[in-house]
Design a binder for this molecule. Structure first.
Ligand SMILES: Cc1cc2nc3c(=O)[nH]c(=O)nc-3n(C[C@H](O)[C@H](O)[C@H](O)COP(=O)(O)OP(=O)(O)OC[C@H]3O[C@@H](n4cnc5c(N)ncnc54)[C@H](O)[C@@H]3O)c2cc1C
Length: 518
């Protein structure tokens, strides 16, 4: 017999298997000896009361054992070298597409401009410590894509077809911790993600897929309206049955290439703003009503949304116990984002705080047509960089000073390694962003005690929240609306936002291709 129950317990009880077993036995009116196993189906935190509780949904096995789990990676079969699909981009969209193609024995050949996860680390160190940005290997480009050195949050609001459970299961089979299968807000962490990505690479290669690093795709081969190959590093020609374009939101050269080739693109709504950094203890107190937080509770997070002057203002990619990192992809730009380790144990909590921008808002950029949002984003990244001394040090302002349009005399401590300096972000950023942020931040402070604080800094610029361009595709076939066998995929194509939704999109596109090649 399997009984499904829900228990609400203290964080300490939830962290102790024996206590969970005891609670399950009491609720099921059995002895602990009669229970063969207890598994967690979902774990969440209820922080509404003064003493936060952990809510566990449990399966209690009495007189039977849990069934053995199916191994999804074993669904891959040895690739047939006659059926080749070229994948541009080794991010989550590219890797999950490759694993899905291998289920049908189709050979994926992946090209990524960046380096493998290990070699990539050196380039990240160079950005952090020397402000040197390698345009092919950075926080956005390289094996595993933008998600590798991230917080590794694995939740999605996406209603895409496909199974979120299967995506999480594949992560676990490649080394991610089991708790991502049941946590309400699963995350892996930057210290664990590279090993997971490396293990996925091994699966793809073991089944006959190929992965080529430092292989920049600079052109597409299109014959009679049909994509048949790519040109790599300006010299090598590679041919395949189809081309999946999974290059992410920062591959500006790919958008420019498509525009040059007169392949249809569309300007897409996106969002820009700043990264907001609080002391983690302050966010813990705001959410858990205790300082310091219970040692068994995770670093607290938040999600804020407001509607100001007809546009959304919202928190984005919140990283509890995390770090702000420099995520520019070319010299002369300044872009920040956030990441965290598995334990989320830094003293800081950061989140993007961004304002939605519609293509129609940018009348002054109309001449750039489909690239107008991209050009606006790029110009602001350059302008913010130009304020500084040529390094990746970022302009910053205390939250209260920003809201009151006042230059900060000094700044709160930060996790951002290249450093921050006081600057009037309220003057540097466009009015359409500043006014809305000022109103929203004040509003959030009214709703959540402690949030609006001079202990928090705003750090500029958070600009790569999602792709500013869409590469339109046909809903049924998944192909580009004009080019046969060209499959725009993942975040860069404008059809995903985040690791899980990019992975789901990769799987879905691979299924479409499998449908026509088998
Ligand atoms: C610092 C940071 C933290 C993040 N944190 C999270 C998080 O916690 N949770 C979450 O869900 N999302 C997070 N994201 C967003 C997430 O990483 C992306 O949504 C996701 O990686 C998109 O997947 P993708 O495969 O579509 O593209 P990407 O991951 O961007 O991968 C694209 C790949 O294409 C390659 N490429 C680009 N151009 C070319 C070319 N011309 N030739 C060859 N290769 C090329 C790039 O090198 C890159 O590896 C974070 C992003 C960053 C930067």
């Amino acid at each position: 017999m399997i009984k499904e129950i829900e228990v609400k317990c203290t964080p300490a009880q939830a962290a102790d298997e024996q206590q969970v077993l005891q609670l399950a036995a009491t609720l099921c009116e059995h002895t602990t000896e009669a229970i063969n196993a207890v598994t967690i189906s979902r774990r969440s935190i209820d922080a509404r009361s003064k003493q936060p509780k952990v809510v566990l949904r449990l399966k209690v096995y009495i007189g039977e054992l849990p069934a053995a789990k199916k191994r999804l990676r074993h669904q891959c079969i040895r690739a047939n070298a006659q059926k080749k699909v070229l994948i541009v981009g080794a991010g989550p969209a590219g890797y999950f597409a490759a694993m899905e193609l291998l289920k049908a024995g189709i050979k994926p050949i992946i090209f990524d401009r960046g380096k493998d996860v290990q070699a990539r680390r050196r380039d990240l160190r160079a950005i952090q410590q020397e402000s040197f940005v390698n345009p092919d290997s950075n926080y956005c480009f390289g094996e595993g894509g933008a998600g590798t050195y991230s917080d590794g949050k694995l939740y999605t609001g996406s209603k895409k077809r496909g199974s979120l459970k299967d995506i999480l299961q594949l992560f676990v089979e490649h080394g991610a911790p089991e708790n991502i299968l049941f946590d309400a807000h699963p995350h892996i962490g930057s210290d664990k993600l590279p090993k997971v990505i490396q293990s996925m690479r091994e699966t793809i290669q073991n089944f006959g897929g190929e992965i080529h690093f430092e292989s920049h795709v600079d052109d597409l081969i299109i014959d009679n309206g049909r994509a048949s190959g790519v040109i790599v590093n300006n010299s090598d020609e590679h041919l395949g049955e189809a081309v999946i374009l999974a290059t992410g939101h920062s591959a500006r050269d790919i958008f420019e290439l498509l525009q040059r080739k007169q392949i249809r693109l569309e300007a897409k709504p996106f969002a820009m703003g700043i990264r907001l950094e609080h002391p983690q203890a302050l966010i813990d107190e705001m959410q858990y009503h205790q300082r310091p937080r219970d040692q068994f509770l995770p670093a607290a997070s938040y999600k804020m949304v407001a509607h100001v002057q007809n546009r959304g203002v919202f928190s984005f990619c919140m990283c509890p116990g995390g770090l702000i990192v420099p995520t520019a992809t070319a010299p002369g730009e300044l872009v920040v984002n956030g990441m965290s380790m598995a334990k989320r144990d830094s003293q800081f909590a950061n989140a993007g705080m961004v304002v939605a921008i519609e293509p129609d808002d940018l009348r002054e950029m109309q001449r750039f047509a489909a690239l107008r949002c991209l050009r606006f984003q790029q110009a602001l990244e350059k302008a913010v960089f130009a304020v500084g001394d040529g390094s990746q040090a970022a302009p910053a302002q205390r939250m209260t000073d920003f809201v009151n349009s006042k230059l900060s005399q000094d700044l709160a401590p930060t996790s951002y390694i290249p450093g921050i300096y006081s600057a009037p972000l309220h003057e540097i950023l466009p009015v359409r962003i500043v006014t809305r942020l000022q109103i929203a931040l004040h509003e959030f402070g009214e709703k959540y005690r402690g949030f609006y604080s001079q202990e928090a800094n705003l750090v500029g610029l958070e600009s790569r929240t999602s792709s500013p361009v869409r590469i339109p595709r046909d809903r049924d076939s998944g192909m580009h609306v004009e080019i046969d066998r060209l499959y725009p995929c993942g975040e860069g194509a404008g059809y995903a936002g985040g690791i899980v939704s990019a992975a789901l999109d990769g799987q879905m596109i691979a299924q479409k291709i499998t449908g026509i090649l088998t």
